[in-house]
Write a protein that binds this ligand. Structure first.
Ligand SMILES: [Ca+2]
Length: 506
């Protein structure tokens, strides 16, 4: 049958309307929204150490001051439910830089040497970007230790403010700085040999250190890293090459010291007591209460006054990195790169700020496993919105596969969250997963967290997060929760593939 052009248009419109309604029942406009062409965009990572998602102002903290990040929120997607896959730096970074979960990467603690343990043929993010043709640059720490990643670091064209792997032949430092002059604070550097008695003594001596770093803001290593990043951005803007740049911020990792200017932003007396007071009878990690914590207060529990002072010092560290991040984002704008650069800002995992009597990371609880994450893809429809769906850091490589076309390894254990950058409210992963080691594992859904332990005072823990978000009442032996526990145990056993969004596979 022959149709007139008008008839054909009417049929086409009706078909388009039917399709969009079928795919996006509530919002036909969302069907039209999509990401722009991102294939030629640059990629900027800013990774801060040990960063509690409780702290940025735009994550709801009424005290901690993060004006630059709050402003960035207006132009990026803030992921409210972003989770790491391991409890400390080395395994978490290894996971998100390979797309493999810790039991597959075989790296689940800080002592595991990454390049000796990764499955044969594994390529890390910088290697995948290099292969794709990116110019690659790193400022400060990236992998946990240089010795763990000598082969992988060779993928960087520029290595600044960080050790060089043997045989690396790149340019000289782009900037040099005068030595620092510390005022009023005695310098007490750590002995090099971490196994020595002197190191153990130094650690004890410095266990409870927080407060004034004795440095001017411009003398801080993190500030200098930001300055180096700005210099590299100026260079990249001139050359026009597609770049990957990763910038490290060592704070708010311990020691919780910052320039006085940032400490002066806080009155420690006004800091509220942390939630979830310590309780030796129910504690999942009682040694932390009887002996000490891994990174600060390593020999004893702090007094209530010290708790408030340490939290204020941590906030000062967060404000310091906020200022540095603002400097980098301003330079990106100034150099005309902001509209062509994908920005990821994140913590490498979370941090306990006195809840449960815990400090540091190294737990399977929310304070460790949840980390701050912002992603800005220029022109993404979801920019300025909050995504409350679950994403995992193991998703970074597949996401960059979607965005800039890097080759995504077949054994990757996450999925691209690029669709959430279009519509952040669509149904997504049912659960997130993290492991502490081969026996200690956790699965978290919107309602529950369920953990197994191979050692310690409990073999299982179940928390009802809707009633008990700070995970204080272990319901594992409560008959009223027997069915919920069984379902969570089954989900943990079934693993990450069982929690993928409907219709999605790896
Ligand atoms: Ca870390």
């Amino acid at each position: 049958m022959n149709r007139t052009p008008i008839q054909r248009s009417i049929i086409a419109l009706a078909l388009a309307a039917a399709c969009s309604l079928a795919v996006f029942p509530g919002d036909a406009r969302a069907a039209a929204a999509k990401l722009p062409d991102t294939s030629k965009m640059n990629v900027l990572f800013i990774i801060a150490e040990d960063w509690s998602a409780q702290t940025p102002g735009c994550y709801g903290n009424p005290i901690c001051k993060t004006p630059n990040l709050d402003r960035f929120c207006d132009a990026a997607v803030r992921f409210d439910s972003a989770y790491v896959q391991a409890v400390a730096c080395n395994p978490s970074r290894t996971s998100f830089l390979t797309g493999l979960r810790p039991l597959t990467s075989r790296v689940w603690n800080n002592g595991h040497e990454m390049d000796a343990r990764l499955p044969a043929g594994t390529l890390t993010l910088p290697e995948l970007l290099k292969k794709k043709g990116f110019t690659t640059a790193v400022v400060g720490k990236f992998f946990h230790q240089i010795e763990y990643a000598e082969k992988q670091l060779m993928a960087f064209d520029r290595i600044e403010s960080y050790g060089k792997p043997p045989g690396w032949k790149g340019p000289e430092p782009i900037l040099t700085f005068p030595p620092v002059t510390r005022t009023g604070v005695k310098r007490d550097p750590a002995p090099k040999d971490k196994k020595s008695k002197a190191y153990a003594e130094w650690r004890r001596r410095n266990s409870d250190r927080y407060g004034d770093s004795g440095l001017e803001p411009e003398e801080e290593g993190d500030y200098r890293n930001a300055q180096i990043a700005c210099a590299l951005l100026r260079e990249f803007a001139k050359s026009g090459q597609q770049f990957f740049l990763s910038v490290h911020q060592s704070k708010p990792h311990t020691p919780l010291v910052a320039p006085k200017k940032f400490l002066d932003l806080y009155d420690s007396a006004k800091i509220p007591d942390p939630p979830a007071p310590p309780d030796l009878k129910t504690s999942l990690y009682p040694r932390r209460l009887t002996v000490g914590n891994p990174d600060i207060f390593t020999n004893r529990q702090p007094s209530p006054k010290e708790v408030k002072e340490a939290i204020a010092a941590y906030y000062a560290c967060v404000s310091a990195i906020d200022a540095n991040i603002g400097m980098i984002l301003d330079e990106l704008q100034k150099q005309g790169l902001a509209d062509n650069t994908i920005v990821f800002i994140m913590g490498d995992h979370g941090f306990h700020l006195g809840d449960h009597g815990f400090w540091s990371k190294y737990s399977m609880l929310e304070a460790t496993r949840r980390a701050p994450l912002w992603v800005r893809v220029p022109g993404a429809p979801a920019n300025g919105k909050v995504c409350r769906q679950f994403v995992e850091f193991v998703d970074f490589i597949p996401t960059l596969g979607d965005l800039v076309g890097i080759e995504v390894p077949a054994n990757v254990e996450g999925i691209s969250f690029a669709p959430l950058l279009v519509n952040p409210d669509q149904p997504w992963k049912k659960a997130v997963f993290l492991v502490e080691n081969e026996t200690n594992q956790v699965v978290r859904t919107k309602k529950y967290s369920y953990m197994t332990f191979g050692n310690g005072p409990f073999s299982e823990a179940l928390f009802d997060l809707e009633k008990d978000p700070w995970e204080t009442v272990n319901l594992a032996s409560d008959p009223a929760y027997a069915k919920a526990k069984q379902e969570m145990a089954e989900l943990l056993k079934a693993g990450w593939k069982a929690a993928l969004p409907e219709g999605r596979s790896q």
